[in-house]
Design a protein around this ligand. Structure first.
Ligand SMILES: [Zn+2]
Length: 390
């Protein structure tokens, strides 16, 4: 590759990074983000289009009423094969360069051993890769627990420990990125807000508490990828033992059996659905109301602590967090207010309900695959690839 070609592909990689960080970017916005005037921008768009990396679509109009275009992934461009392993089921699909996900298969895994599940998923991933020929840039897997490199450290709800999730790759040459589902959802969430938050704190309440801290659209770096385990901060009862091995973890109080004990109720077989009903019940029993108020205060206090520690531009509430806040807003707001340092109380970050949906972990892990593999060298190889085998 000559130095001129290398420069061209470096600016192409930068343009595709903007596509990952910002949903539905317009051509003028892309030019502004890259610091390019319309001439060089036009050359770049031409080069990316003829390499089947991007395509343009006519947008209704820009703010001044002039016609403009939005920039999207090319329908024949590179994809990441993405997998989301959840508590009772899994989903497999593809993620384009601009974070558009297409789910192609789903299934349940209740009671299946993790080894058997990974074998089943490897076969499914292999089938999907076959249909995509040389378009696959890598594989991304979102998992319901902390990860270190390509390993799932533990999934407490499932009783899985130290699982090498990289085994879903049917071929060792295909790169695999494994990420905690809450962290991956935060990556997807960060691109849905305008202006784009430089730093985003995403807090998720499901059958526990999780979240992530995202900087410029990527998870904050850490030694092994074990960051963002906010649920294991010691904000809970110091006597409570958490399945992670620590005591006093914040997440323990939000677990369905713990919530049921606190409320004097019995948790139902589907804990997430039961908690959803509890947090949205317009007419809760006095015990349920008291428990909900205490949990909303726990949430507000914990978020205040995270804001004091991390100083985010924006806080997004994912999963059931926004429902819990809305159900008991006075208790939440009071605990949040009292827990914030004066400096944050005077100028608090934005607090909004998350906008990303069920596909967020798939989108986040797909974008993380491209973050990891897509550089000038990979794009130069892509542009000179041979005819696609049929
Ligand atoms: Zn813990």
């Amino acid at each position: 590759m000559t130095s001129g070609q290398a420069r061209h592909w470096r600016s192409a990689a930068e343009a595709l990074a903007v596509l990952r960080r910002e949903a539905r970017v317009t051509r003028p916005q892309l030019g502004r983000d890259l610091g390019l005037d319309s001439g060089p921008m036009s050359d770049l768009v031409k080069r990316l289009s003829s390499a089947e990396l991007i395509c343009e679509r006519r947008a209704t109009s820009n703010r001044r009423g002039r016609p403009t275009t939005t920039v999207h992934a090319h329908p024949s461009g590179p994809v990441a094969v993405v997998v989301d392993i959840r508590h009772g089921d899994w989903r497999i699909g593809t993620c384009d360069l601009d974070g558009v996900v297409g789910v192609v298969a789903t299934g349940r895994h209740d009671g299946t051993s993790p080894g058997r599940l990974l074998s089943q998923l490897r076969a499914r991933v292999g089938d999907l890769i076959q249909t995509l020929d040389d378009r696959v840039a890598g594989i991304g897997v979102a998992v319901p627990g902390p990860t270190a490199d390509s390993r799932l450290v533990h999934a407490t709800m499932l009783g899985w420990h130290d699982l090498d999730v990289g085994r879903v790759a049917p071929n060792p040459d295909v790169p695999v990125i494994v990420g905690n589902d809450a962290t991956m959802a935060a990556v997807a969430e960060a691109r849905l807000h305008t202006p784009r938050p430089h730093t985003l704190l995403h807090v998720v309440v499901e059958v526990g508490v999780g979240g992530a801290f995202v900087v410029d659209g990527r998870p904050a770096p850490s030694a092994h990828g074990l960051h963002g385990e906010f649920g294991h901060l010691p904000f809970g009862d110091p006597d409570d033992r958490c399945p992670c091995g620590a005591r006093g973890c914040w997440t323990v109080a939000f677990d369905a059996p713990a919530v049921a004990r606190r409320a004097g109720l019995r948790a139902q077989p589907d804990p997430r659905a039961w908690l959803h009903r509890l947090y949205t019940d317009p007419d809760p029993s006095p015990d349920a109301h008291r428990t909900r108020t205490a949990l909303a205060a726990d949430l507000g206090r914990g978020i205040a602590g995270l804001v004091n520690a991390l100083d985010p531009n924006l806080v997004t509430l994912g999963g059931l967090a926004a429902q819990l806040r809305d159900a008991e807003s006075a208790g939440f707001e009071r605990a949040l207010h009292l827990g914030l340092m004066d400096v944050h109380r005077d100028r608090p970050p934005g607090f909004v309900a998350a906008r990303s949906g069920e596909d967020a972990p798939l989108i986040g892990v797909g974008l993380s695959v491209f973050d990891s593999v897509l550089d000038a060298e990979m794009l130069a190889r892509w542009a000179t690839r041979g005819p696609v085998a049929t």
